[in-house]
Design a protein around this ligand. Structure first.
Ligand SMILES: Nc1ncnc2c1ncn2[C@@H]1O[C@H](COP(=O)(O)OP(=O)(O)OP(=O)(O)O)[C@@H](O)[C@H]1O
Length: 260
């Protein structure tokens, strides 16, 4: 029988010293799905991402990937990979060398043909010889994505991938992330504090309030039936206040220009 879910978090708790940061977090997700972890500053989004990645250990609960418990596995054995908010690229190396960096110790993991396909998908061909400091923010983000994807992660984790970008650049990266997740059937988990980002990019949304699940569901479920007043206020009020900007952004624009 096919598996219902590929990633399952069951009853995850996490404290730092005496302060409980996450309580009883349970979610499930399939390969190829995009999840946004959404909530105000300090609600535990990054901590949850770090627990999935293996940078932090949960105090209680289970993390299962493809029916295997991964709690006890160190980060490198889980095979998940993250793009950090600041991209963490090597400024003195070319785009090409940055992309290939992780492959030095993993020869053959990604073939030259696969690499060429990825460079094409992310439109990085014209930039391969440039240094990182010669790139725009959106280009840097695309290099960071390529560098992570060549390692063939089972799950792609993204910490605020759009927060340093604006307008059209943001939209271009958003479309690329969706395309990558769907084309590669890659489970993608995105941390964001922006409801508009979460609702336009994801299949599922996890809304956290002070370390607890305020709601977990499809974006349609969240918009149509917010679970409580926190969700309603956090999501809908922010969306309402951004509506004018969103309308302005989309007005008169038929397609997105992607090479920023
Ligand atoms: N290593 C740590 N040691 C102690 N406390 C920590 C640690 N990491 C996070 N915290 C605390 O846990 C809480 C949740 O932090 P976390 O970074 O997960 O929130 P967040 O939702 O990602 O916030 P932001 O949107 O501001 O990045 C915060 O109160 C933070 O101070």
């Amino acid at each position: 029988m096919p598996r219902l879910h590929d990633l399952e978090l069951i009853g995850i708790d996490k404290s730092f010293a005496t302060s409980k940061v996450l309580s009883d977090i349970s979610i499930s997700l399939k390969n190829g799905e995009i999840l946004s972890i959404l909530g105000p500053s300090g609600c535990g989004k990054t901590t949850l991402l770090n627990l999935i990645l293996g940078l932090e250990q949960a105090d209680a609960g289970k993390i299962l990937y493809e029916d295997r418990e991964v709690n006890c596995l160190p980060m490198e054995k889980r095979g998940f990979n993250i793009v950090f908010q600041d991209y963490a690229l090597f400024p003195h190396l070319s785009v090409d060398k940055n992309i290939r960096y992780g492959l030095a110790n993993k020869k053959g993991l990604t073939s030259e043909a696969e690499l060429a396909e990825l460079i094409d998908l992310l439109d990085l061909g014209p930039h391969l010889k440039k240094r990182i400091d010669q790139l725009s923010g959106g280009q840097k983000q695309r290099v960071a994505l390529a560098r992570t994807l060549v390692m063939k992660p089972k799950i792609l984790l993204l910490d605020e991938p759009l927060s340093a970008l604006d307008g059209m650049i943001k939209e271009g990266i958003k479309q690329r992330i969706i395309k990558i997740a769907k084309q590669m059937n890659l489970m993608t988990i995105i941390v964001t504090h922006d409801p508009e980002e979460a609702l336009t990019m994801s299949d599922k949304v996890l809304i956290l309030e002070k370390g607890r699940v305020a709601q977990f569901g499809t974006r349609e479920e969240i918009v149509a039936s917010p679970a409580n007043s926190f969700v309603k206020n956090f999501i809908l009020e922010q969306l309402e206040s951004k509506k004018e900007n969103i309308m302005k952004l989309f007005a008169g624009k038929k397609e997105f220009q992607l090479d920023y």
